[in-house]
Design a protein around this ligand. Sequence first.
Ligand code: GLU
Length: 430
Amino acid sequence: MSSVFSDARQRLHTLGQLSGISAAVIESLSRPKATLCTSLSILMDDGSTQYFDAYRCQYSSHLGPCKGGIRFHSNVSQDEIQALALWMTIKCAVVDLPFGGGKGGVNVDPKVLSRMELERLSRAYMRAMADFVGPDKDIPAPDVYTNARIMGWMRDEFEVIKRHKQPAVITGKPVNLGGSLGREEATGRGAFLVTEFLRSKEGKAPEDIRVAIQGFGNAGYNIAKLLFDTGYKIVAISDSKGAIYDAAGLDVDRIKQLKDECRSLDSDYCESSVCESTTYKSISHEELFELDVELLVPAALENAITIKNVKKVKARWITEVANGPISVAADEILFKKGTVIIPDVLANSGGVIVSYFEWVQNKAAYPWSLEEVQLRLQEKLKISFDEMWQYQHQSENTSLRMAAYAKALKKLEQVIKMRGTKEYFSNAEN
Ligand code: GLU
């Protein structure tokens, strides 16, 4: 049966084999170390009790404690969380973080909860996971529809249970509760930086790059803003409710302002949509993917580009801000067509990189300046991007995704082999 996790495993097998990774190593990375599945019972404001399925997957701890966000979304399933945790394993290895991969989630539509219900849900999640996670075991963070406030509640709940301070148990916290400066915008900034590295390799001016962005959440907004400020022409933006288009270019600041103005005061989620901005033409979600643009930025959920719509994608470059936005089958078609794709495992790694900085700052009890965070983020991404670029340009018939996976899997392979494999014990290798 097709599933996100089987798709993710298929990619692991194909790219692992192409990079010459041993079968034993690929096999050991084909299954999660542990997944905790539970059901959270939440007292609702009207006095009733509702139940929400919740998960935390610790996929691999070969390179360090597991690391990865928690999402609150009505699509969340064990299958999806395991796929996302596998991708976190690759992502942390690509950018040389001392972390393995993990992911968590709750099957819920958080937009229909009151703020107090949201707090009860967040605390209940941490209560259920308190013995599973920990600063040297598994460190959660924000993901789709979770934010700094939720991380703050979860840190607090963990400390109530453990009866001592443990700021490094979770990252992406509010700055005054041990969060790092620059974490909020880090995913978008990272995606912007790698897009800029690509632009400079290709020698194009920002003004000549028309961009369509799917998703106007934290990451989507931040990359849109940074690209806009640099002079790229943002011609289309969408959110879960619709999309807008203007061939002359959209004003990202204005759209953000309009969206924020409609946010009701007691809500943690924005209730308005980009398409409520009457100045611009509304288009459908499907049309956004078909636009004649230089750069397409999928910044929402998995499988935005599949076999169903891939043939209509005209963009020359794609920066994958979402995790897994292109299915394996669609990816093959785009590769044959020559579309340059900056893969999710590098393109959206800015979030987990600054999470790592936050964890380091918490452990050292020594906060860094914003400049230091931004500089170190840029340094880390530049090294990883150049390695990926070089590998791709030195190998035949290789995509940037293959190059990124090759690097990550070689790193994991070394560590797994050191613990002993058949080849090692049969003396075929030293
Ligand atoms: N949820 C983000 C991701 O998918 C960030 C994870 C983290 O900071 O640990 O990469």
